[in-house]
Design a protein around this ligand. Sequence first.
Ligand SMILES: C[C@@](CO)(OP(=O)(O)O)[C@H](O)COP(=O)(O)OP(=O)(O)OC[C@H]1O[C@@H](n2ccc(N)nc2=O)[C@H](O)[C@@H]1O
Ligand SMILES: Nc1ncnc2c1ncn2[C@@H]1O[C@H](COP(=O)(O)OP(=O)(O)O)[C@@H](O)[C@H]1O
Length: 283
Amino acid sequence: MSRNFLAFPAPAKLNLYLHIVGRRPDGYHLLDSHFRLIDLADTVEVAVRDDGHIELEAPTPGVAPEDDLVVRAARCLQAATGTRLGASLRLTKRIPMGAGLGGGSSDAATVLMALNRLWETGLDRRALMELAVGLGADVPFFIFGRSARATGIGEILGDLPAPAAWYVVLRPPVHVPTVDAFKFFSRKGLTRESGVDIMQTLETTQRSRNDLQDAVCEMFPVVAEALKSLKNYGAPLMTGSGSCVFLACETQDQSNRILTALSDKWDGFVARGLNVHPLYDRV
Ligand SMILES: C[C@@](CO)(OP(=O)(O)O)[C@H](O)COP(=O)(O)OP(=O)(O)OC[C@H]1O[C@@H](n2ccc(N)nc2=O)[C@H](O)[C@@H]1O
Ligand SMILES: Nc1ncnc2c1ncn2[C@@H]1O[C@H](COP(=O)(O)OP(=O)(O)O)[C@@H](O)[C@H]1O
């Protein structure tokens, strides 16, 4: 049966700083991080089914369909709203996985926003964000949908504008499991005491720092090498739990020139910072 698929973008994100300021009893770490959307995006295609089934037409490489975040997001919205409708899903992956770019989380957020509209379940942004945190700590950010300061485990979000910027992003050929990055970090006892009003100290200390960076560089020295390559051009940073590293540039041309200069050694891409999620007004 031919179905009427509609396509929705799922943009990636960078962490312009990532501070770990504590740890919850359940083991999740308390963060203070600046999340910024970029124009690299996956595409999620959705067709409503009236039989209630959730079907992913082709598996995401390395992910069992029932574990796929797009399937989990659809089932989560079904359970929360009691809708009898289902969906067929197609996913076009462009965001590297395990790269600190939030690809899986963004895919999940796009499914929640798209199906909330197509199933007419009528949840508001706040309700969708509350559902989202059960799918992943940085899923709520993509529903919040604009440059944000994230605290808590990443689910408490407030506006924090980012300067217009282009980013050159290098992609070391390793997949960093988020859980391993945090585990390695905590084993080294580098967690700062919680409760510090980081925005005050941020004025006096260097803001753009990723507290997971040293741990990931120790686990994957190739990430340290990628940072070193970019250090010739400015002050690079790893995004999220890695493996990607990035450098902010004022112009697209500057980003392209740096990527070209490093292209014999590194895979990478140039991305433009976004102020709002492409689906922002569709919630
Ligand atoms: C680290 C960040 C920073 O933006 O980005 P990514 O590197 O994933 O892109 C995010 O907080 C990742 O969010 P997300 O990828 O959704 O993580 P989850 O699936 O919720 O958690 C995976 C595992 O990471 C650890 N984890 C995650 C978030 C957090 N604040 N503290 C943690 O300790 C937990 O062990 C958890 O079981
Ligand atoms: N649709 C999906 N796209 C990407 N990863 C997915 C998806 N569904 C589940 N995953 C799992 O989520 C993990 C985190 O993926 P992703 O969010 O892209 O990376 P990161 O957490 O480094 O930003 C992947 O390693 C994969 O095992």
